[in-house]
Design a binder for this molecule. Sequence first.
Ligand code: NAD
Length: 455
Amino acid sequence: MASYQVLVQNLRDKFNQGVLSSIESRKEQLQAFHKLVSENQDALCEAMWKDLHKPKIEGLTHETDFLLGEISETISNLKSWTSPTKVTRYILQAADAAYIQKDPLGVVLIIGAWNFPVRLLLGPIIGAIAAGNTVVVKPSELSVATSELIAELIPKYLSEDVIKVVQGGAKETTELLRERFDHIFYTGNPAVGKIVMRAAAEYLTPVTLELGGKNPVIIDKDADLQTVARRIVWGKCANAGQICVTGDYVLNLHPKRDELVKYLSEAIIEFYGANQKESPDYGRIINERHFDRVSELLETTKGKIAYGGEKDRDSKYIQPTVLVDVKLDDILLKDEIFGPILPIVDMETIEQAIDYIKSKEKPLALYMFSQNSSRIDKVVKNTSSGAVCINDLIMHMSLGTLPFGGVGNSGMGRYHGKFTFDTFTHEKSVLHRAAGLEKLLFMRYPPHNENKLTW
Ligand code: NAD
């Protein structure tokens, strides 16, 4: 048997033997998982620094703290989430018991991406284990240091009967995808999402696809530009713009566009200094291939650079860059930028902005800065996106009671908090009929006779 076949079969055997069938065993693994993250926060942050120049404070707040919170929340709720839920019965089932049993799915595969290499890979594991599944995890090969560290830590803290790490890139993932899984959870770009879904179709395996796209930021005519600028710069420049939910481009309805640019430039300088290359808080592009891709966008665009534009291939540095007079057919409006470049497109009306957004693929997130509730309502009701966040970027994903996921080209399925548990759970309907009262069923048995209905 090929090695992945053996690996998956072993985890299936353990699943069938009930390695996580008790709540206690799941709790034990989750507690060990909590320990893994809390005892290795420094090492995980160091690895992310090596991979992405990610500042430690962002490693903690955007990645490890989030995980610790989710693990604790899951442990606290494990009993109630795993308990059967009773459902309402009709007159026909008055003497019966009816409930939803929370079954694990089996062996699940989790494939992570490089831009949040800790959180995106380890986050789904929480719900997968809580629901009682055994797990194969595949970190992204692009975040090398983090991938290696995670592959070393998981077997130290968690049972090898429950979870296995497979390292590698497209070749290894392609081989892995030939195996039969009971759920595949993929984070990454839509093109590979299609490959994953095709492979999953072979066994009718359900998938969660956490994909990307171009997230619009509408700036309304009444927005407070100084606040808007600070919030956009924060969301666009963290991780050097390599965030699936960052604002990709601005649709500006505000008449004072130059003031907006001034405030954006000021915020960049306030957060990262006049020479952002020297800032310990500013990240780098993950590798040369992505550097060249973003670089080419800057060279090809017909937009006018209003701030920034510097780059250095050796250090994979791209300066925070703001462009104005960008037209809708510009290269910057084509594919997801995934870098620290902010094109601003001027628009006249909210209807134009809505029509443009509707003419494109459905984004993972849509942002609007406005103080006008009826225009906000109009945008929320007339557009489709994974999520909407008004008057800020990204913050909707910090609330675990909101489901996180895309729609259409930005993905399918959802997670965070209880939604992660639900993703890896089959809600099995159970109707437990009363064994007696047989005479009451006379109506349903042939020979049929209309007189029975009037009984
Ligand atoms: P990536 O290059 O790390 O790829 C993601 C995973 O797919 C990796 O584990 C990689 O090994 C695997 N992979 C790559 N090519 C493959 C192939 N041919 N066959 C099988 N597997 C393959 O990450 P990426 O795709 O560059 O990530 C960036 C994209 O991910 C952006 O579009 C971003 O918006 C999106 N993203 C989405 C979310 C979300 O939560 N929705 C989060 C982060 C990133």
